[in-house]
Design a protein around this ligand. Structure first.
Ligand code: PLZ
Length: 458
């Protein structure tokens, strides 16, 4: 054990302050939510929408409680943020303690230990056994921006490549890196230049082996971009917003080898897939991919805003002193919470919990797929599972996207106390992104609701 590893303690059963069950006691949304929504409409930009406008008063474990007393089983976890559970005890205690000691100094003015500790933990738990360094920032998009900055500085090159179906954020550069224009980019241009969209691996739709898909991506990069101008290739190991596409085996390591041979920095955007969500600390591990840089955010601090770029020391150190930073990046309270997240993953055996959730969900979904041919594909790892919905037809031969079925299923589930999220380039993917606190009985319960919803599609 190195000094940056946390000793595993005996796992103790978590204690929840909210009963872990769904309970609907009013219409959804209820009257108090409606009232808040009316207030909100007057003062919150209509550019900010809410998938389910029930106003949340408490959240604990895998359950959200709204102002009307309705309880929802949360299969969204704030889009993969409260991975270790809502208001997890260690995170709450660590953040509360830190609030008493130091709330802010700005690490680039007067530093503090918690930032260093998070960087140590990231160096230990990201893929690859080599010297690594980190910079901490506030959000996923800011981590992507910094990853690109760092790669450009290291290589002295300009071009940035991403994959089809990618999602990387809402800042100017990251809007240009997303696959889908709407709703992220419509009307918000002009966008950053020198961003290239290369073909991805999408086994359900392209049927290509990892080698063939990688050859297609590499051919694009060589022809359209030119390897010698390419600073970085940014890839989500399992694509998030795009629809949880799991690449064919060999795709990612083949791209990494090509990047290494051509002096291109390959960056894993693990913002949605990282931090124990898929049953590994980072999803890259499923594919034997050791990226040059890894981007973390979302689940890293149990719900507090924190993000990181971590990677090979020589790449991270190519930036001049003062080149990286930002006022709130690596805030002490967020860092204290992140340390607690790592401790919780270790002492509560959360990697195994993610595997348990993946097995339960996949088994239940396979049973539903036998009965409903609207389910075209089931895919994902651990607590990052999705179904892709297609027009019903003769088995797998029809793959026409069915976004309408997803909207109806999401609406049906919400009415019955289950929060599901949609995803996908065509909006036809239903994703299961629960916290690792979700029990098998909550999963069964939610799958019953889904079953009823599927039956009601007709
Ligand atoms: N990279 C892989 O999943 C955020 C978007 C929610 P930020 N995904 C959720 C929304 O509608 O804005 C995400 C991601 C991947 C980058 C990001 C961006 O992370 O923390 O939202 O900036």
């Amino acid at each position: 054990m190195t000094d940056t590893q946390i000793p595993a303690e005996t796992a103790s059963a978590p204690v929840y302050s909210v009963p872990q069950e769904r309970r609907i006691v009013t219409a959804v949304p209820g009257p108090k939510s409606e009232e808040l929504h009316a207030r909100r409409s007057k003062v919150v930009s209509s550019g900010v929408s809410s998938a389910l406008p029930v106003y949340i008063e408490r959240a604990n474990g895998a359950i959200l409680v709204d102002v009307d007393g309705n309880q929802f089983i949360d299969f969204g976890a704030g889009i993969g943020v409260t991975t270790i559970g809502h208001t997890e005890q260690r995170v709450v205690a660590a953040a509360a303690d830190q609030l008493q000691d130091v709330i802010h100094t700005l690490f680039t003015i007067t530093p503090y230990e918690e930032y260093v500790r998070v960087a140590e933990l990231l160096a230990t738990h990201t893929p690859g056994r080599f010297e690594k360094k980190s910079v901490l920032v506030n959000s996923g998009a800011e981590a992507v921006e910094n990853g690109v900055k760092i790669a450009r500085k290291f290589t002295g090159r300009r071009a940035v490549a991403v994959l089809d179906h990618a999602y990387h954020g809402r800042t100017n550069l990251t809007m240009a890196m997303n696959y889908k224009a709407h709703p992220y980019a419509t009307g918000y241009g002009p966008f950053a230049g020198d961003v290239y969209h290369a073909p991805s691996s999408y086994p359900y739709r392209d049927g290509l082996s990892g080698q063939d898909a990688a050859a297609r991506t590499i051919a694009y990069l060589e022809k359209v971009v030119g390897a010698s101008d390419l600073a970085c290739l940014v890839v989500e190991p399992i694509q998030g917003e795009g629809g949880f596409m799991v690449p064919a085996d060999g795709f990612l390591p083949t791209l990494q080898s090509w990047c290494t041979e051509n002096g291109v920095v390959m960056i894993a955007d693990e913002i949605q897939s990282g931090m124990a969500r898929t049953g590994r600390y980072f999803a890259s591990e499923h594919f034997e991919w050791v990226p040059d840089l890894v981007l973390s955010a979302k689940g890293i601090a149990g719900g507090l805003p924190l993000a990181a770029v971590t990677g090979r020391a020589e790449i991270m150190d190519a930036s001049h002193p003062g080149g990286l930073g930002g006022t709130f990046g690596g805030n002490p309270v967020a860092c204290a919470a992140a340390v607690a997240v790592f401790e919780s993953i270790e002492s509560n055996g959360l990697l195994a919990e993610a595997d348990r959730i993946g097995s339960s969900l996949k088994a239940g979904l396979e049973r539903l797929k036998q009965r409903y041919d609207v389910i075209g594909d089931i895919r994902g790892r651990g607590a990052m599972i999705a179904i892709e919905l297609v027009q019903p037809g003769t088995g797998d031969s029809t793959k026409v996207p069915n976004p309408d079925a997803v909207s109806r299923l999401v609406a049906h589930a919400a009415q019955h106390g289950v929060l599901f999220l949609s995803a996908g380039t065509w909006g036809n993917v239903l994703r299961f992104l629960p916290s690792l606190a979700v029990s098998d009985s909550l999963i069964d319960d939610a799958l019953h609701v889904l079953d009823d919803g599927l039956a009601s599609l007709g």
